[in-house]
Structure formats: structure tokens, C-alpha cells
Design a binder for this molecule. Structure first.
Ligand code: GLP
Length: 246
């Protein structure tokens, strides 16, 4: 079952979720444990990242005990590439925090052997003790991470082909639409479902249709976000516009 949480706006959602993330980090570090966060890119989580930076600066929230695994990376884009997700996260979050650089993990978009890289990524998540809290956005195709339709519930971290709808949506981040890579490495649906908590963010009218499908449709590979219905602790954080078709 997906829990629905309606927020007055995306800033309020960001504040609430940042506070919960801070509480989790605090609780775990008090008992000497690291906190493993699964992180997402896209424009949706940006207010959340801004709020985490504010908590670090103004309330001394420390990220020294935090380990992060990002959901995905474009194939062919290295960490220094301006449009790589690694660079995106560096600019919008990591460089503003005290997180040790060795604690930041990404699938390597330049890996010579993507299958081996993906298996190593799964192993690294397991070795870190699994993901405590996974942040997600949702694409208009129903993708989570880059799990485009069709994505099986058993899917693991792997190399995928991007849907043309997704390439068009993500073209806003690139100089020209043709520059958007055709492939990516992404955590799988099963990888995401293993996170102990999943917090999906979706705001604005453009997400209303896909949010309604994700919550209401029978889970299937045709809309990968529907698999979240099988997660025991998944919350969708919405505003009035994104919740309008529910
Ligand atoms: C990309 C990412 C997803 C993200 C989606 C939505 O394709 N791989 O993780 O959820 O975009 O993006 P936005 O938040 O900009 O709508």
C-alpha cells in the first residue's frame, strides 16, 4: 500500500522530508551506525536538497556518517561531464555538505563492462547494509530511477535504453535534444523495493496522470512505479495539482 501525504506546496514537502531525514541520520549516528541514503536526480528533489543544505549550514546537521547511492547515471557521461548525474548531485548537494567523498556512490557511466559494474553496484549497496531511505521522483512514463516500461519487479541494477518521452523531458538539461544519451545504468525495481523506506516526490499538474496510475493500477511492468504498491513503507509526497487525478 502506498501512503499518500498531501503538502501545501513543494517547499513544505521538502521541509518535512528534510526534517525526517535529519532525524534518521541523528538517531542512527547516536547508536554509531551510518545512514544509507538512496538519492534521485531531476528537478523534483532540488528543494529537498536545498533544505538539507540549509539544515547543515544553520542547524549543524552533519553528513559525516552518511553513505549515498544514486539511482542512476547516463551511459557515456563521466563525473566531470556537465550533464552527468554525478556532476548534478555535486553541484546541488554534495559540495555543500561535509559528506566524505568516499561515501558517495554512483553507477559508472563510463564502465567498460556495464554488467560487471552493475553487479558491483548491487554488491556495494549490500555491503553498506542496504538503503535506509530511498528518495524517488517519477517520470511521465512511470519510470522510477531509469526503470522504463517494461521493467520487471525482479529487475536489478542494469544497463537500460531510455524511452523517447524521457529523452525529450530530460532534454531541458542539455544544450540540444540530440545530446541526451540513449542509454543509462540504473538500480532495478527489486533494488529499489529493498530499501527500508521509500519516499517519492511528485509535484505539479504534469505528474497528476502518472501519479494516479502508479497508485491505482494493478502492479505491472508497463508502469514500473506501480511496483511500489508492494513496498511495506512507501509514501508519495504530493501537492494538490499532482494529487488531482486520485
Ligand atoms: C529522470 C530521473 C528520474 C526522475 C525523473 C523525473 O529521468 N532518472 O530519477 O525521477 O527524471 O524528473 P523531474 O523530477 O525533473 O520531473
Amino acid at each position: 500500500m502506498i501512503a499518500l501525504r498531501l503538502h501545501p506546496d513543494k517547499q513544505s514537502a521538502a521541509q518535512a522530508l528534510a526534517r525526517e531525514t535529519a532525524d534518521l541520520i541523528g538517531l542512527r549516528s547516536e547508536s554509531g551506525k551510518p545512514t544509507v541514503l538512496g538519492l534521485a536526480t531531476g528537478s523534483t528533489p532540488l528543494p529537498l536538497y536545498a533544505e538539507l543544505i540549509r539544515l547543515h549550514r544553520e542547524e549543524r546537521l552533519s553528513f559525516r556518517t552518511v553513505i549515498t547511492f544514486n539511482l542512476d547515471e547516463y551511459e557515456g557521461l563521466g563525473p566531470a561531464h556537465p550533464q552527468s548525474y554525478r556532476r548534478f548531485m555535486e553541484e546541488h548537494l554534495f559540495r555543500h555538505l561535509d559528506i566524505p567523498s568516499g561515501n558517495i556512490r554512483f553507477p559508472d557511466g563510463l564502465a567498460k563492462d556495464p554488467a560487471q559494474e552493475c553487479a558491483a553496484y548491487e554488491a556495494a549497496i549490500r555491503a553498506a547494509g542496504g538503503i535506509d531511505l530511498q528518495i524517488l521522483g517519477i517520470g511521465r512514463t512511470g519510470h522510477i530511477g531509469f526503470n522504463e516500461p517494461p521493467s520487471a519487479v525482479e529487475s536489478r541494477t542494469r544497463r537500460v535504453r531510455l524511452d523517447e518521452v524521457t529523452r525529450r523531458d530530460n532534454a531541458v538539461f542539455f544544450d540540444e535534444p540530440t545530446a541526451v544519451p540513449h542509454r543509462a545504468l540504473t538500480m532495478g525495481v527489486a533494488t529499489i523495493l529493498e530499501a527500508r523506506r521509500v519516499e517519492l516526490l511528485a509535484f505539479g499538474a504534469a505528474k497528476a496522470d502518472i501519479v494516479a496510475r502508479a497508485v491505482r493500477e494493478t502492479p505491472s511492468a508497463d508502469c514500473p512505479a506501480t511496483w511500489l504498491q508492494r513496498h511495506p513503507a512507501c509514501t508519495f509526497h504530493l501537492d494538490a495539482a499532482s494529487a488531482s487525478k486520485l
